[in-house]
Design a protein around this ligand. Structure first.
Ligand code: 6PG
Length: 248
């Protein structure tokens, strides 16, 4: 794994750098493989990242029709619910750029009452788009992740059994400590097979978690975000000065 990190004192600089990073990875992926497979997280990430993507000059330089858009995790709520990660990305990105509905892979909202079925259906959608070799998880060009104050990322929460998942690509969560409790999430085998992982974190509330994620191994208490270490990929941390305030 190759690890990079950048600290920004101004939030708009963090937005601009993150958007430029995504645009560069999109261009590289389209050049090498003809498409750009990207998974988004929810929380503050779409609002931090997307203003830079939808603004010029990046907006008209990005090959939007080559994008295939997924979610690293989703809350099990209808797509019209304000808590939906799909709804957040529509608001901040999808409604503003040339990405057609057939390029977008949201959770099947008709399964929102049944997280296990929703996770299985999402895994089947990944299999159809990526067609990986037997036993291989999909290989995303980019997975965008946030950081919870307890060190969670996507919907992989501390001490949850999904942290030990080695077979399934997407798992159900019934007891998320961050509301809403029912969710689906990509698992570590998928996150750790990505070409690029970009974490974004802003605010003092993230400082302790960030110090733990980049600090010493805590064994059983290790925050989930620390377990994101792609075997053949890069991890980039884009954070603001407040989030970085406890780093040595
Ligand atoms: C979600 C997430 C989750 C998020 C972190 C950070 O849907 O809740 O994808 O992993 O990225 O909780 O959220 P904030 O940036 O809002 O603190």
């Amino acid at each position: 794994m190759r690890l990079h990190g950048h600290v920004f004192s101004v939030l708009t600089d963090l937005t601009a750098a993150a958007a430029a990073c995504v645009a560069r990875l999109s261009a590289e992926s389209v050049r090498s493989r003809g498409r750009f497979t990207v998974a988004f997280s929810g929380g503050s990430l779409p609002g931090l990242l997307c203003p830079g993507l939808v603004a010029q000059p990046l907006r008209s330089g990005i090959d939007w029709p080559a994008w295939r858009v997924f979610w690293a995790d989703e809350r099990c709520v209808p797509a019209t619910d304000a808590r939906s990660n799909y709804a957040a990305l529509r608001e901040h990105l999808l409604d503003h750029v040339g990405i057609a509905p057939q390029q977008v892979y949201p959770m099947d909202e008709t399964l929102a009452l049944d997280p296990a079925a929703a996770a299985a259906a999402y895994q089947a959608a990944l299999a159809r788009v990526f067609r990986p070799a037997a036993g291989e998880p999909p290989r995303f060009d980019l997975i965008l992740l946030g950081l919870g104050e307890d060190g969670h990322t996507a919907s992989l929460f501390p001490s949850h059994s999904l942290l030990r998942e080695t077979v399934h690509w997407v798992g159900p969560v019934f007891d998320s400590p961050k509301p809403p409790p029912r969710r689906i999430t990509m698992t570590l085998p998928v996150l750790n097979n990505a070409r690029d992982i970009v974490f974004m974190a802003a605010g003092a509330g993230k400082s302790e978690a960030l110090a733990r994620v980049l600090g010493e191994d805590e064994g059983e208490n290790t925050p989930a975000a620390r377990l994101v270490r792609p075997c053949d990929g890069r991890v980039t941390w884009l954070v603001d000065a407040e989030a970085a305030s406890r780093l040595r």
